[in-house]
Design a protein around this ligand. Structure first.
Ligand code: SF4
Length: 425
């Protein structure tokens, strides 16, 4: 155990946290400003490779899913969901979609960022789910905005060359479409430059996540959840690379100084699914009071890795479209069971995980579908105690704190019992 005198509770805003708030405000302000000055605006699904837009002089992008997550984090999720429900959208739809539809059809009212500027082009991607394609199609029909759909094959095993070519050929189509619609010329060298920044950002992102390996861990997963945000709004920028470098530096320095977010960490947990955006503060404090720390999440360790992997897959300076196509499957949703298990096993072994919380998500069926099988595997093959809880990532009306913590406390008891059984008598 580290020297008790050196331990300081870490549930306060870090320098990286302060920088993050400024960066996010600037990103959204810049987006609105550039749109107002005549930039070509695209709305994209979260996994559309935004570095492509750096190839154009004046194309800006908004990410409805990211904006919806921020709205949920700021407490306006249910308000915006209810607006969509009053328009006839079912409560069973993904809460990101309901928040976005509620916001967009109410002119950005009640949004922490005044919504997103109206798009000239919608780019969806069925890589994560087909619901998103239907959701963007609503805007296509209502506003008569063109809708480009990237069709990405599911990946039950490592990506094949055929799939890679299929994806990169669609990127070429997309580039031609933007050239035609915006009247701007595409320059691949600018994308190459953006990818160098992405490489810097992701290298430092992985360095930041690795501080979870120290005991106690240098971070909580809640830090990593919020720090993901600029990867979606500032992908391919120098500012993002610099922000993640400072984030990793600061977190490593804290570990060296003995400053840990959960100083008396007794349980090291892993989270599987999207962040519970409306619960970040509450859940982190309540876990810390139990000396439990969520130190990793499949949602955050997948960033920068190939399907089924845990380590970084860096840009090698080659053809940008080939790299972007190869990394297209980085998020968990399109992965089959074997790939999900492979990556989680690496995380569990690398970080010394004691227990896994599988958060079955009412909204995100694609993420949640295989969780019962995963739980069985993790428990039976790896001997790691696990629990299933019910959440909705952005709609607090579908979340019960007490029933969730009853199950989490039961998980901690199982971990204690396992340790007791392993202690030599
Ligand atoms: S259902 Fe899941 S993958 Fe689809 S838009 Fe919602 S959160 Fe994203």
């Amino acid at each position: 155990m580290p020297n008790e005198d050196k331990l300081k509770a870490g549930h306060k805003k870090t320098e990286a946290g302060k920088r993050l708030s400024k960066m996010m405000i600037n990103d959204y302000m810049r987006l609105h400003q550039k749109a107002g000055e005549g930039a070509f605006v695209v709305w994209i699904a979260i996994v559309v490779p935004a570095e492509l837009f750096s190839g154009f002089e004046n194309v800006v992008y908004g990410v409805p899913e990211s904006h919806a997550a921020m709205s949920a984090g700021k407490g306006v999720g249910p308000l915006q969901c209810e607006k969509a429900e009053r328009l006839g959208y079912s409560m069973d739809l993904c809460s990101y979609a309901r928040i976005d539809l509620g916001t967009a059809f109410d002119g950005g009212k009640d949004s922490p960022t005044f919504g997103l500027p109206k798009p000239h082009l919608l780019i969806s991607d069925n890589n994560n789910c087909s619901l998103l394609v239907k959701w963007f199609d609503v805007y296509h029909r209502t506003w008569d905005v063109p809708h480009f759909i990237l069709d990405i094959p599911f990946c039950y095993e490592q990506q094949t060359a055929r799939d890679l070519n299929y994806i990169s050929s669609q990127y070429r189509d997309l580039i031609r479409t933007i050239e035609t619609l915006s009247g701007q010329k595409f320059n691949i060298d600018r994308v190459r430059e953006a990818l160098e920044h992405t490489k810097g950002a992701l290298t430092n992102w992985k360095r930041f996540l690795k501080t979870a390996a120290s005991r106690p861990a240098g971070l909580t997963v809640f830090d990593s959840f919020v720090q993901m945000a600029p990867f979606l709004t500032s992908r391919g920028t120098k500012a993002l690379a610099e922000h993640y470098r400072l984030l990793a530096d600061e977190t490593e320095e804290n570990v060296a100084k003995g400053i840990f977010p959960v100083p008396n960490e007794k349980y090291r947990l892993l989270w599987d699914n999207i962040a519970p955006w409306h619960q970040l503060n509450k859940m982190s404090s309540r876990l810390a009071a139990l000396n439990a720390n969520l130190i990793a999440a499949s949602y955050t360790y997948c960033m920068g890795s190939l399907e089924g992997e845990f380590d970084l897959y860096p840009y090698d300076g080659g053809d940008p479209l080939t790299y972007l196509a190869r990394i297209q499957n980085f998020s968990i949703c399109p992965h089959g069971l074997e790939l999900r298990y492979q990556a989680m096993q690496r995380a569990i072994e690398t970080l010394g995980i004691d227990g896994v919380i599988f958060a079955s998500n009412r909204s995100c069926k694609v993420y949640s579908l295989m969780q019962m099988d995963m739980l069985k595997r993790v428990t039976e093959r790896l001997g790691i105690p696990s629990v299933m809880i019910d959440v909705d990532h952005a709609d607090i009306r579908k979340y019960s704190e007490e029933s969730v913590f009853t199950r989490i406390e039961a998980l901690l008891e199982v971990i204690d019992a396992k340790r007791g059984a392993q202690t030599p008598r």
